[in-house]
Structures are given as structure tokens and as C-alpha cells.
Design a protein around this ligand. Structure first.
Ligand code: HEC
Ligand code: HEC
Length: 171
């Protein structure tokens, strides 16, 4: 019985706050904070919520737009799957067809001026080379993501291995 009363009270509070019963209007803070959240657990959540208290409803940022300028981004480490420098809206990848392979298969790459998938995409898990793209590399967007104009939600101090080595040698 107490449980029921409790959940009823919580539901009432939720309804009241949704109706804006005396609460300040929802606060909209657009840009993500610049300070890194590392080492400050309270801020870890705050950064994702753009420092809006958990009791206030937040207006989501507009959805990121896919970049479509064919400008490739650098890779942060040798085995990073390169990001996709073009839009992939409507490209179907399923059991019967793989739109990506229309341009990225070895046989078509030259015609479309697309980089062909590398040898690793033809290898099975025993490192044997197959004639066609390996099943474990078939669903391209499992590893490759489209480039967008989204800003990082949380600042970070990532440096790639070349920068790390360079700064170590400089010392
Ligand atoms: C109509 C042809 C076409 C289709 C279909 C296509 N691509 Fe591409 N893709 C290209 C071209 C051309 C480039 C090279 C862009 C450039 O010149 O910078 C490219 C570049 C890429 C790159 C960057 C490679 C690198 O070395 O940086 C990735 C990754 C990629 N595509 C993945 C995909 C995936 C995944 C799909 C399916 C969802 C796909 N592509 C479908 C034509 C295509
Ligand atoms: C399991 C993860 C994975 C899947 C699935 C995958 N890739 Fe990759 N891809 C990679 C990695 C890692 C690299 C970079 C290292 C390498 O070449 O193996 C890469 C590299 C590439 C490159 C650049 C090749 C080059 O020589 O620079 C292209 C283009 C590409 N992938 C396209 C595709 C397409 C198209 C598909 C779907 C048919 C696909 N990938 C599926 C992980 C994946």
C-alpha cells in the first residue's frame, strides 16, 4: 500500500512539474561546455546535459548534418576505420545487396574513383583471403561512420601516437 501511495505521489510531482507548476521556464544552454569533465564525476553527467539541472527539461540540440564534401579526415591510429566523407542516405546494405560495394568493390572502384576496400576486408578470421568481401566486413557501417558537423559533447585531450612520440623526443 505504501509503495502505491509513494508512486502515486511521484507521478503527481511529475505531472505538476510537466505543467510547469511554478517552476522556472526550461533553460536552454546551447554550446557544450569547454572544460573537460575528467576527474569531476558530478560534471560528467552535467556536460552531457549542458549543465541544465536534472529536474529541468532540456531542449535537444539540432541533429548533426552529414558532411558531403568528399574531404577525408585523418586517422587517429593505423587501424582506425576511416570516417565516411560522403552522405550515405538511402544506401541499402542487406542480405541481397550492398550499395557500398557498388563503388568500393575492387572491380568498380576505378570507375567511381572510390578507394577500394583494403585487403583486410577480404580476410576471414583465419587470415585466409576470400574472393569476395568477408562476411565479418559486410556491414560497413558497423565500423565506418559518416562525418558530421557535431561538436564533441565532452572536451577531451586525445593526442595521437605521433604527437605523443614527438613531444617525448622533444624532451
Ligand atoms: C556512388 C559511389 C559510392 C558509394 C555508393 C559509396 N561510396 Fe564511399 N566513397 C566514394 C568515393 C568516390 C570516395 C572518395 C571520396 C574522396 O574522394 O575523398 C569514398 C570514400 C569513402 C571512405 C573514405 C575512405 C578513406 O580512405 O578515407 C569510406 C570509409 C567510405 N567511402 C565508405 C562507404 C560506405 C560505408 C558506403 C556505404 C554505406 C559507401 N562508402 C558508399 C564513393 C561511394
Ligand atoms: C569490422 C570493421 C569493418 C567493417 C565491417 C568494414 N570496414 Fe572498412 N575498414 C576497417 C578498418 C579497420 C580500416 C582501416 C585499416 C584497414 O584497411 O584494414 C578500413 C578501411 C576501409 C577503407 C579504406 C581502404 C584504404 O586502403 O585506405 C575503405 C574504403 C573501407 N574500409 C570501406 C568499407 C566498406 C565499403 C565496407 C563494407 C563492405 C567496410 N569497409 C566494412 C574496418 C571495417
Amino acid at each position: 500500500m505504501r509503495r502505491i501511495l509513494e508512486s502515486f505521489a511521484i507521478a503527481l510531482i511529475l505531472v505538476l512539474s510537466a505543467c510547469g507548476g511554478g517552476e522556472p521556464p526550461p533553460q536552454v544552454v546551447a554550446p557544450a561546455p569547454e572544460v573537460g569533465a575528467r576527474g569531476n564525476p558530478a560534471q560528467d553527467i552535467d556536460n552531457l546535459r549542458r549543465n541544465v539541472p536534472i529536474t529541468t527539461e532540456i531542449t535537444p540540440l539540432p541533429m548533426a548534418t552529414a558532411e558531403n564534401f568528399d574531404r577525408r579526415r585523418g586517422r587517429a591510429y593505423p587501424m582506425q576505420p576511416p570516417t565516411i566523407p560522403h552522405s550515405i542516405d538511402g544506401y541499402q546494405v542487406d542480405l541481397n545487396s550492398n550499395r557500398c560495394m557498388l563503388c568500393h568493390a575492387r572491380s568498380n572502384a576505378a570507375q567511381f574513383q572510390a578507394p577500394e576496400i583494403s585487403v583486410t576486408h577480404y580476410m576471414d578470421r583465419d587470415d585466409q583471403f576470400l574472393a569476395e568481401v568477408s562476411p565479418r566486413r559486410y556491414f560497413c557501417v558497423q565500423c565506418h561512420v559518416v562525418q558530421t558537423d557535431a561538436q564533441p559533447l565532452v572536451a577531451n585531450g586525445f593526442r595521437d601516437i605521433d604527437e605523443v612520440l614527438r613531444s617525448e623526443r622533444a624532451q
